[in-house]
Design a protein around this ligand. Sequence first.
Ligand SMILES: [Zn+2]
Length: 470
Amino acid sequence: MIRSVLLFLLIALLAAAVVWMAERPGELLLTWQGYRIEMPLVLAVALMAAAVAAIVFVWRSVNWLMHGPALFNAARAHRRLADGQLALSQGMVAVAAGDRQAALRFARKAETLLGDGPLTMLLSAQAAQLSGDDTAAHRYFAAMLERPEMEFLGLRGLLTEAEREGKPDEALNLARRAFLLNPDAPWLLSTLFTLEAKAGNWREAERVTERALKNKLLPEAESRRRLAIARFEQAEDAKSLGDLNAALKLAESAHALDLGFGPAALLAAEILHVQGNRRRAARVVEDAWGRLPHPDLAAEYRLIFSGEDAGALRRRIERLAALAPDDPESRLALAAAAVESRDFGLARLQLQPLLASQPDARVLRAMAALEEAEHGAVAAESWVARIARAPEGPVWGCQVCGRAHPAWQPHCDECESFDSLRWTTPAGALLALDGIAATAPVGDAVAGAERPGALISPVFPRSDTGSGPR
Ligand SMILES: [Zn+2]
């Protein structure tokens, strides 16, 4: 708008100037080297204006000829970049969608248009992986190691490959190298912990998890659990080397990190008891019992107070059971102590709810013991007859593959999953009223019967666990 107004004013001004000059006629006379040029003033002014316009036109033409091709090339490069980036995005989408043909096509296009930049190399590697060309993928990832800005990415690719191909040593070396480059990547902390743990390098696994916990790089509960297991495993090693003080320190630290981690509590209590510190040993068991009762903990508790008479022991067990009043382990431990102190009413009171809800072999043994103590061996016979057909009760079952284990351990023997064992009632146990034997695998644990995090060893690991006669 302003431009049009200005143009209009300019034209008006020119017209006014022409009219003004026409009204005031004059002549221009030029004499030079014997030439004599004579012309009206208006014509002279018009010729000068034409000359200025010609000079401007020539100047502009020369300028375009000098810089035009560069501008053209820049425009072309800009278009290539835009096309390359589009191919890159389309390739990434194709990878995410699992479209291997399109992924390969766009990867090639991006490579042609953009060269081997970080993202292009990544796309090419992923496209190669997607199409099952492991050799090409490996080549791309290995090439990334040569470039500092891509080394971490390359290590991740090679690490994933090594894990998939079942090469734990190679994977561990790659993960350690990646850890030196970027020790705060959560996926790496998790992977490195898994690899160190699998290799039994519990000190290294502990260090990795300490970093994760300190910098809040993984969920806190997960880090604490892993740290507890790494320290517990080191405690076991120290104990087997005879260094009870180191073992106790590690086991107590593991117990403090995860009060529900029974194996650590049990080990700490055992060592404290051996060292004559009964009060502390009992407190560790009580802490753990309040979280997740387990027959091994009850057995240790009885050992700690084994010098006391049956009545005193029953009162101790009563206080322990009160920390988890409705838990079957509490009822079984208390029932056994009650039978020993000949308080048959209390024993029956504890066992009745279990007979109704989960009449497994342990409960039937406890009933047989109660009947035998109260009414003699003949009275116990009917219970004894039912034991063989009843399911055994909770086991250390792998939550991934279902394999049962005689004791808690950090990895499943079958599927090698880490920390997958839980003190679990196998499927069928709750249905096994009177002789319907459990046949289902542990993995099909009945919902609600599982008690995650309950830990420790075999179903009946010791002879005197308060769970009735063998
Ligand atoms: Zn398993």
